[in-house]
Design a protein. Structure first.
Length: 394
């Protein structure tokens, strides 16, 4: 992603540019010190020193914000904030009340660079220094009301944003850990299933092979029977392995919905997904076909559509051919460049027709929409496409 949060250091030039622009927007409030230097009637020497002080303050403020997150200790950050506050105090005491606004930046930097437990103390401390300086500077009391509230709000707002960024990062790491644990659990399940499937069969084959070898010199007919048993066990083991592999390869709709959330979020697409569906009465072939349809549709959204929003709906409908389960995936993107269906949609159509369902896909007013339907009862024979279209229309 190109954005970078408060309390994080930029990782690439684009993030540096984004953070520089975001930080630069708030420098507009330095118009009061700039106006004082231009129209305040100060001598040339004072103006030059004022400009140097202002540039040094902004440079130190920027370094503090941009260096945050590089592993600095809290003591180093506190020292940097102390230097920033000292600059603000010196400039305010020497040049006048217009420079009190610098303390707002000190409070904001404190909230952005320090953990919440420390920022709760430093932000009020900055406000106290601001009050003390304002009481000393001529006319500073009139500026207190307009500066104290921004100092408090800005500082604590930065702490909130910082904590939100930290929580988001922790959530992403936790999600990645959960995915890794799920993958490990799936590998363990596969290992257990293969052991259960092949352990007994291979042990039996080994035992009968040894027995056949001992019987072969004196009892060739019995050895032949053992070899026949070995062939039968081997064929059954092969059937069991094929059935197991088919089960592993068959996608599940609930798993695909969870994967859809992750894929769309990672691609920066806002996902609108249905609640966890009840698929207890859905035939395995129909569920598998819908799962393939969802996977293909989401792949097209992520790769080709350029969409910002994608809505997935899963509803049950009653048609002339019986109850059906309808999956709808609609995005607000361009829908791809081609006007003819690609290999993915063609293969998906064939898969749905094999399960007795149908597929509709095409551009709509705002984006692209894919609708897949499958029967809620096991199909005894392939459904005629025309009849299915009539039932779907109902």
């Amino acid at each position: 992603m190109s954005s970078v949060g408060i309390g994080q250091r930029p990782q690439n030039p684009k993030q540096k540019m984004v953070k520089a622009l975001w930080t630069g927007i708030w420098l507009v409030y330095l118009s009061a010190p700039v106006s004082d230097l231009v129209h305040g009637g100060h001598s040339t020497g004072v103006v030059v020193l004022g400009w140097l002080g202002l540039v040094a303050f902004v440079a130190w403020y920027g370094v503090l914000l941009f260096r945050t997150g590089r592993g600095e200790t809290n003591a180093l950050v506190l020292g940097s904030l102390a230097v920033l506050a000292t600059q603000a105090a010196v400039l305010s005491l020497t040049l006048g009340r217009e420079w009190l606004v610098l303390f707002v930046y000190v409070a904001i930097a404190s909230g952005a660079a320090l953990p919440l437990r420390m920022a709760r103390l430093t932000i009020p401390a900055v406000a106290a220094v601001l009050i003390a300086i304002a009481l000393v500077v001529s006319g500073g009391k009139a500026y207190l009301a307009g500066l104290l509230i921004p100092a408090f709000l800005g500082g604590f707002a930065m702490t909130g944003v910082r904590e939100l960024v930290r929580t988001t990062i922790a959530l992403r790491e936790a999600r990645a850990t959960v995915a890794q644990l799920a993958a490990n659990e799936e590998r363990l399940r596969l290992a257990r299933d293969l052991h259960d499937l092949l352990g007994h069969s291979l042990s039996l084959i080994t035992l009968k092979s040894e027995l056949a070898g001992r019987m072969l010199p004196d009892h060739p007919d019995k050895a032949a029977q053992q070899v026949a048993d070995i062939e039968q066990v081997s064929r059954q083991a092969l059937v069991d392995v094929r059935e197991a592999v088919t089960g592993y390869r068959r996608p599940r709709l609930a798993c695909e919905l969870a994967g859809t959330q992750v894929a769309l979020t990672a691609a920066g697409v806002t996902a609108e997904l249905p609640a966890e569906p009840d698929l207890s009465d859905v035939p395995e072939e129909s569920e598998s076909a819908l799962a393939w349809a969802l996977r293909e549709a989401v792949t097209n959204v992520v790769r080709h559509s350029g969409a910002r929003r994608c809505a997935v709906e899963l509803v049950r409908r009653q048609t002339l051919d019986g109850p059906v389960l309808e999956l709808s995936v609609q995005d607000d993107g361009s829908g791809g460049s081609g006007g003819t269906p690609g290999n993915g949609l063609t293969g998906l159509t064939e898969r749905l027709e094999k399960a007795g369902g149908s597929l509709e896909a095409g551009r709509v007013r705002r984006g692209f929409r894919l609708v897949a339907r499958v029967p809620l009862t096991a199909a005894e024979a392939p459904v005629d496409a025309a009849d299915d279209a009539v039932g779907s229309g109902a």
